[in-house]
Design a protein around this ligand. Structure first.
Ligand code: NDP
Length: 291
């Protein structure tokens, strides 16, 4: 068992995610103290072997490693600000979702208080924690990441991005951006075929393998973007990628074309600027530089 049981861990926040994280630690044999603002949420964890703390202060005093999984940045400060003296010399791993700027602010706050700080971005839903496919991104103290990696690996694949505490959040939000735009594309397609009597389920059965296959294009796009030359031979040109026919079909189906119109606008900004013969990856320039 890859445990680190000489370190007592305290988990602050027993919502859906905090409970999953604490449960995985208990299951892996880590001595775990749990605390939640509203009482009663730790009962199952206590039955599995966790200890319940009556206050956040008690939890912080119980564990040299403190995991915060609260609602947002404000709630982390609300809980931890009054405990900064007691946290001095401890390690704080904050997996609460925060913006990159908020993560950096928390890292600065921790540094001033003498707390070793690692920020985490969870790329999983609670039932995935400890199961294949769960991934958690980290940035902040390299020492904390190195020292506690066996414990962090209990939750899923642990990836470290560097000392800048905002990086994990930045990657997290960038990956989610890609996911939401892809989801919108799926919904657009499902709405487009619906008037023809196609169910969303039937469309999903076609879309999942298609979109999975299309992710194979990322590497080629990345090579062009990183190389900075959108004229490289063998690319699908922006002119060829005009989405007018897709928009026309969407209009015929009577749906809102916004999701595809957004991509068409990114293409048009480049063709209007005279780059129509260059590769599709050039829409990266429309995004990188606001119009
Ligand atoms: P929940 O809404 O289930 O739980 C929120 C937790 O925060 C509860 O323990 C709640 O306590 C506590 N809380 C809220 N406000 C305060 C406060 N002011 N003071 C003290 N405690 C407070 O959320 P999740 O557990 O699902 O999410 C926790 C974090 O994990 C979030 O930042 C979320 O973005 C992130 N996350 C969640 C994912 C998910 O799929 N659930 C996926 C990836 C990240 P109380 O019970 O008293 O209300």
């Amino acid at each position: 068992m890859t445990t680190n049981s000489e370190v007592r861990v305290s988990v602050l926040g027993l919502g859906a995610m905090g409970s999953a994280l604490a449960g995985a630690l208990v299951k892996a044999g880590h001595a775990t103290t749990v605390w939640n603002r509203s009482p009663g949420k730790g009962k199952d964890l206590v039955a599995q072997g966790a200890e319940a703390a009556a206050t956040a202060g008690d939890a912080v005093r119980a564990g040299s490693l403190v995991i915060a999984c609260l609602l947002d940045h404000a709630s982390v400060h609300e809980v931890l600000d009054p405990l900064s003296d007691e946290l001095a010399g401890h390690t704080l791993i904050n997996v609460t979702t925060t913006s990159p700027a908020q993560s950096r602010e928390l890292a600065d706050w921790a540094a001033r208080a003498g707390i070793a700080y690692l920020d985490g971005g969870i790329m999983a839903v609670p039932h995935m924690i400890g199961a294949p496919g769960s991934s958690i991104l980290y940035s902040g103290s390299a020492d904390v990441f190195r020292q506690h990696k066996p414990l962090l690996d209990v939750w899923g694949t642990s990836t470290y991005f560097g000392e800048d505490a905002g990086l994990a959040s930045l990657y997290d939000l960038a990956l989610l951006s890609g996911m939401y735009v892809m989801f919108a594309g799926f919904m657009h397609g499902a709405a487009m075929v619906a008037p023809a009597g196609v169910t969303a389920g039937e469309f999903a059965a076609m879309a999942a393998p298609w979109l999975t296959a299309m992710t194979g294009a990322f590497e080629g796009f990345a090579e062009v973007i990183d190389g900075g030359d959108y004229t490289v031979e063998g690319q699908q040109s922006l002119e060829f990628s005009d989405l007018g026919h897709i928009l026309a079909a969407g209009a015929e189906q009577g749906i809102d074309n916004e999701a595809v119109a957004m991509v068409q606008r990114l293409i048009r900004r480049q063709t209007d600027a005279g780059h129509g013969a260059e590769g599709f990856a050039r829409i990266y320039e429309s995004i990188r530089r606001p119009g």
